[in-house]
Design a protein around this ligand. Structure first.
Ligand SMILES: *Cc1c(COP(=O)(O)O)cnc(C)c1O
Length: 340
């Protein structure tokens, strides 16, 4: 049995999703004539109570387009030091938008309104880059699937409003946060200027991220998507997978969260584990005792058919997902317990 817990991106479409893909009505989406893409975009916009939405091939491209929409070359955005937009998008912030990042030393990938306030360069001090955007991540990836306290997000929004800053949410795993906290997505639609939502993570589609925002921003987003090479043709096949996921794969995220919590509890009781980060959603981050190297542990696990991720700085990551069955979970818990 192969147990792949490197990421929630490793899932394959279910039979039901494959059926939805096979039966999708499609058209040329570059002409906005793909009815299934139009339907998915409408549904996601309505979900967040926002004007309109646009389907992108990847989360990175959706984030990069959002950053481009909110900034001009030479300007600066504020994000946590672990942010995906800074660490895992190939330096796209500077390549695509000519923007620099002011990194904030947050907690588990999350930053506070006070930290945002302190990171804003004075707009009349022309020696420093002009701060124009704040990017938040919810849930946080490198922060171990942590969920923001919405009250803090509202405070950040107030700081943004006072300082004329855009506010973008990298919501690659926002659905996990919404399921974990029971929050209404419309609250998010009210405070953020743009939100990206990935379908290829916990929602289990082969590809696709939807970016939502105001009509004005999203009209511009189509051009940016074209520039980045993200205009797709009969992509309704993949949008059908996204619609299927909205209908069938949201509530079940609670199961991924339960399994992650159980793994986390088992790890906390293992003598070879030094520390486990609090587990709120589907990501478990833990550290080994100094006597056991990450390399050896990963190799031993691999030999037992179990794969996980080494995030560097001693961080090991496990991500639960749709293709991680109850059977695999039992084996996983036993293997972790008996490892010594
Ligand atoms: C996965 C992820 C993305 C998007 O990644 P792609 O591989 O480009 O789809 C963006 N932000 C976060 C936090 C992620 O985990």
């Amino acid at each position: 049995m192969k147990i792949d817990l490197r990421s929630d991106t490793v899932t394959k479409p279910t039979q039901g999703m494959l059926q939805a893909i096979m039966h999708a009505q499609t058209g040329d989406d570059v002409y906005k004539e793909d009815p299934t893409v139009n339907e998915l975009e409408r549904r996601v916009a309505d979900l967040f109570g926002m004007d309109s939405a646009l389907f992108f091939p990847t989360g990175s491209m959706a984030n990069q387009a959002a950053i481009k929409l909110h900034t001009q070359p030479g300007e600066q955005l504020i994000c946590d030091k672990w942010a995906h937009v800074y660490n895992y998008e190939g330096g796209g912030v500077s390549f695509n938008s000519g923007v620099s990042c002011k990194l904030v030393d947050g907690t588990r990938g999350m930053i506070t309104a006070q930290q945002v306030q302190e990171s804003i360069n004075p707009p009349d001090f022309y020696h420093s880059p002009l701060t124009t955007l704040v990017c938040l991540e919810n849930t946080t990836n490198k922060g171990g699937g942590a969920c923001y306290d919405f009250a803090e997000i509202e405070k950040i929004k107030t700081v943004c409003d006072h300082n004329k800053l855009g506010l973008h949410l990298d919501g690659a795993r926002l659905m996990n946060a919404l399921v974990a906290t029971g929050e209404d997505p419309k609250k998010y639609g009210k405070v953020f200027d743009t939100i990206s939502l990935c379908f290829s993570k916990g929602l289990g589609t082969p590809l696709g991220t939807v970016l939502v925002g105001s009509d004005t921003l999203m009209e511009k987003a189509i051009r940016v998507r074209k520039i980045l090479g993200g205009g797709m043709r009969q992509i309704g096949f993949m949008a059908a997978a996204g619609i299927y996921a909205l209908d069938h794969h949201i509530d079940r995220l609670a199961e991924d969260h339960r399994k992650a919590t159980e793994i986390s509890e088992v790890l906390a009781n293992c003598a070879y584990v030094a520390n486990v980060e609090p587990t709120e959603t589907n990501i478990v981050i833990f550290y080994l005792q100094e006597t056991l190297s990450e390399e050896k542990f990963m190799k031993d696990m691999e030999a037992k058919g179990i794969r996980l991720s080494d995030m560097g700085q001693g961080k090991l990551r496990i991500v639960t997902h749709l293709d991680y069955t109850d059977n695999m979970h039992d084996t996983m818990l036993t293997t972790l317990t008996n490892y010594a």
